[in-house]
Design a protein around this ligand. Structure first.
Ligand SMILES: Cc1ncc(COP(=O)(O)O)c(C=O)c1O
Length: 428
């Protein structure tokens, strides 16, 4: 479904449960009315549409959190499903009443399969991306002499995990270094191809990096690995729910994601895709009761007692995304990031770590705010301007990370740029 196919009546129906948002009372910004800012992107009707989307989130209107790479809020239909289904079990936890939850879990599996364009037989419902990644690094039979090729810009759940497990199982980890700025897709295709040897068993990288938002040539890397008999694990924490991901085209062996990031689902729910051809190579990590009902989930997903309410709410989040339009979500978040990149390029002393090339990034933007202390700057932005951003400490591409999503607006990006301009001029 695309933006143009969504009518206001669809919204009215889907979002009929919405009510008025309660305002926060504590920080100074929550009491201020923000001045109106000129819109810089989209026709008026477009902004009306996105205002309707924003109204589905219970964050107070003055609060502009741009931290989707870390945690997203859930819209009203997701919150309502979570409340309704939790209460359903708490009102009557009898086996008879809970019996309907297993088919509900399978409906979520089906929704995830359709969302990622694969089959329900290949979907495992996990707790988050960390768990999904670790189910892969735990479950493959790897021994001394085997090699795992990893990108240096992986999250710890995919980098430290392989390194630590190599100490236990004796395989070697070969690291492909990250380069900044993004050196282009051809560089990484070449670097990964050269890193693969006859001993390589697994190649693993992050589709869109959480550090500075570098996009990797996922389909190309999966193809190169497949042609050489190497398994691929693609960490999708930053692409699932942001980009219109099509695993039928990408063809990884494993792909991981979290509900509570870009899909705006309930917290502590995630997905692991395991391609049919790779299933016989992955041992279960957990043996317990309550497995799934179809495909690989019957033997791999016996994780014990689960919270089905969270899984049902996850499905509601996927429905919400389909209603807004997945292509429209990708376009909107990326357009907000482009607006931010354009503004940052004009600010003196600001060093932007994220590539200016639209085909090498998406909606995660990281920058060093000249000589300003990033932690103090983030605190000032939140306390005085109602803008939530993440900080990146350490020596590696340190500074501020901004990741706008569908609940943000061009006016909020302007507000952030305006605040940055004045702090760069006058200090914190
Ligand atoms: C690329 C990447 N992988 C994995 C994770 C871990 O996600 P979670 O905490 O939901 O398991 C993150 C979290 O930010 C991430 O950015």
């Amino acid at each position: 479904m695309t933006r143009s196919s969504v009518s206001r009546r669809d919204f009215a129906r889907l979002f009929a449960i919405g009510g008025s948002a309660a305002l926060f009372s504590d920080p100074a910004w929550a009491k201020q009315q923000q001045p109106a800012t000129a819109l810089v992107a989209g026709p008026a009707s477009g902004e009306t549409f996105w205002k309707d989307v924003r109204d589905q989130f219970v964050m107070p209107p003055q609060l502009a959190v741009m931290n989707a790479a870390n945690l997203c809020p859930s819209p009203r239909p997701v919150l309502e499903a979570l409340r309704r289904e939790t209460e359903h079990v708490d009102r009557d936890p009898s086996p008879a009443n809970r019996a309907r939850l297993s088919p509900e879990k399978e409906q979520t599996r089906k929704a995830l399969a359709s969302f990622l364009r694969v089959t329900p037989d290949e979907i495992i419902i996990t707790r988050n991306t960390s768990e999904s990644n670790n189910l892969v690094s735990n479950g493959l039979d790897l021994k001394p002499g085997d090699e795992v090729v990893v990108h240096a810009d992986n999250h710890p759940s995919n980098l430290n995990a392989w390194r630590e497990k190599s100490k236990r199982y004796g395989f070697s980890v070969v690291t492909v270094e990250q380069k900044n700025p993004h050196p282009g897709m051809a560089h990484y295709v070449d670097a990964f191809t050269r890193a693969i040897t006859p001993r390589t068993r697994v190649l693993c990288f992050t589709h869109l990096s959480s550090t500075v938002g570098d996009l990797m040539p996922a389909a190309e890397l999966c193809r190169i690995a497949r042609e050489r008999g190497v398994l691929t694990l693609v960490d999708g924490a930053q692409s699932f729910g942001l980009l219109d991901v099509n695993l039928a085209e990408m063809q990884p062996d494993f792909y991981s994601g979290s509900a509570h990031k870009w899909p705006c689902g309930a917290r502590e729910c995630g997905v692991l895709f395991v391609a049919t051809r790779a299933q016989s190579k992955l041992w279960p990590t957990i043996y317990s009761a309550y497995p799934g009902a179809v495909g690989f989930s019957r033997t791999f997903e016996g994780f014990g007692q689960r919270d089905e309410a969270t899984m049902i709410a996850f499905r509601e989040a996927l429905t919400f995304q389909d209603t807004v339009g997945r292509a429209a979500i990708e376009r909107r978040a990326c357009a907000l990031a482009t607006q931010l990149m354009a503004g940052l390029a004009k600010l003196p002393g600001v060093h932007v770590w994220t590539s200016p090339a639209p085909e090498l990034r998406a909606a995660v933007v990281a920058f060093q705010p000249a000589a300003l202390d990033a932690t103090k700057l983030a605190a000032a932005l939140y306390q005085k301007h109602g803008i939530g951003v993440a900080t990146r400490g350490g020596q590696d591409r340190a500074g501020i990370r901004v990741s706008p999503h569908i609940y943000n607006s061009p006016a909020e990006i302007d507000r952030l740029l305006g605040a940055l301009t004045s702090y760069l001029r006058s200090g914190l």
